[in-house]
Design a protein around this ligand. Structure first.
Ligand code: AMP
Length: 406
């Protein structure tokens, strides 16, 4: 059973080919800078061969052509070897569990584009191109929202007139489900305890970021909402706002709804505050050199994570394990330290040496950075969203999933 997992961004396309017999990665790669100057394609095969080169591709369709050429010239004899293709989709609307992609599913994904305006167009384009190039493969959509289908109404509802909840279905659905599910399960496995016995807070901190409260293996609250904007300050996204501020700014600056979308999704967050970059490495470097705005962006980012961890602590009524993951959570000792400073009274403490020196890698994905006095285990985990996607895709193929709606 070979499954190809595809994760499309607006200017990137990541792919992983799995052998589901043992869940091993046969081949994985990334196209970057699609549609921009100097696109690249980097990949590695199971036997350790790596390649990184500048590519001629100009759009996602051409990236797929190169991808399929690369796969059939190496790990696959033909595309007929593929059992299925799993596509990452931000929001499935009424669909939560992974499903086979049909015209109805595609139109529901399209309907949800206003909720995920930056990501969905690239995801939809990629699915359409794949269906043309691989007409005989089973195509499965795996939604970022699936893990949060257990969030109760009291946490999901917005304080708006009831019709928006009841008639339009506007509720907090959350994202990064594959990551929160994977890292919570991995934490339980590392601790040698059943996940069902644990209260877990997971912090997926990457370009997009969210915190999740997990009880008995089920998400009961998360910081992201119905769109990809709520909650934490992100790379270019604003996170929580006072909703009353938006009409004020719109009037003052004569902004259209599309201008506001651009501002909140592309020009805010770390980038908007720091004026330096959306990339945490560059923000940290500028802060170290004394850049005031970069310092403020770093502090504000960490403060927001701290605030949500505190909220989830109350939601869960305590916490056994706190997990950091995502590009920032996994790689930034500074962020982890700032999030946890002053929380000793709540049972959190860090082993400073471990926090600075130990790293989570593919062959050592879980690192314990808890201090001796810590009542809560603090772990850094390398997330593996693609594996969760491949597993869900398998369930659809085997008929164990895909019939259930939200
Ligand atoms: P992701 O979206 O999970 O790929 O994460 C991307 C984010 O991780 C970017 O903001 C990167 O700057 C950040 N990141 C990657 N490596 C580091 C690092 N060593 N220190 C701080 N942030 C990092």
């Amino acid at each position: 059973m070979k499954i190809l997992v595809i994760n499309s961004g607006s200017s990137s396309l990541k792919y992983t080919l799995f052998n589901m017999a043992d869940e091993s990665v046969i081949f994985a790669g990334t196209f970057d800078r699609i549609g921009l100057e100097g696109p690249t394609h980097a990949y590695r095969s199971q036997d350790g061969n790596r390649s990184a080169h500048t590519s001629q591709i100009r759009n996602h369709g051409q990236a797929l052509d190169e991808l399929l050429h690369t796969l059939t010239g190496g790990p696959l004899e033909s595309l007929g070897d593929l059992s299925a293709v799993a596509h990452r989709v931000g929001h499935g609307g009424k669909y939560r569990n992974a499903v086979r992609i049909t015209p109805d599913v595609l139109s529901e994904i399209r309907r949800m584009t206003p909720m995920i305006p930056l990501h969905h167009p690239a995801m939809i384009m990629e699915i359409e191109e794949c269906r043309v190039r691989m007409p005989d493969a089973v195509h499965v959509a795996v939604f970022d929202t699936w893990f949060h289908r257990t969030i109760p109404d009291k946490a999901a509802i917005y304080g708006l007139p009831y019709k928006y909840f009841k008639e339009r279905g506007y509720r907090r659905t959350g994202f990064h489900g594959n990551s929160h599910a994977y890292i919570s399960a991995k934490a339980a496995e590392f601790l040698g305890r059943p996940l069902e016995e644990l209260k877990v807070i997971t912090c997926h901190l990457g370009n997009g970021a969210s915190v999740c409260a997990i009880e008995r293996g089920r998400s009961i609250d998360t910081s992201l909402g119905m769109t990809a904007l709520e909650g934490l300050i992100m790379g270019t996204r604003a996170g929580d706002l006072d909703p009353g501020l938006m009409p004020v700014i719109m009037k003052e600056d004569s902004l259209t709804p599309d201008d506001v979308i651009g501002m909140l999704y592309r020009d805010s967050g770390l980038k908007g505050i720091s004026g330096v970059s959306s990339d945490m490495r560059e923000v940290e470097a500028a802060a170290e050199q004394g850049n005031h705005r970069a310092h403020l962006a770093l502090d504000a980012f960490c403060y927001k994570v701290k605030r949500y961890v505190g909220a989830m602590l109350m939601v869960l009524g305590g916490c056994d394990v706190l997990v950091f993951a995502g590009g920032i959570g996994r790689n930034s000792p500074t962020v982890r330290q700032k999030v946890l400073e002053g929380s000793e009274g709540l049972g959190f403490s860090l082993n400073e040496h471990a926090n600075h020196s130990r790293r989570a890698y593919a062959d050592n994905p879980v690192v314990d950075i808890s201090g001796d006095a810590s009542k809560v285990k603090v772990l850094v985990i390398r997330t593996f969203e693609e594996l969760m996607m491949a597993r869900q895709c398998m369930e659809v193929i085997e008929g164990k999933s895909g019939r259930e709606h939200a």
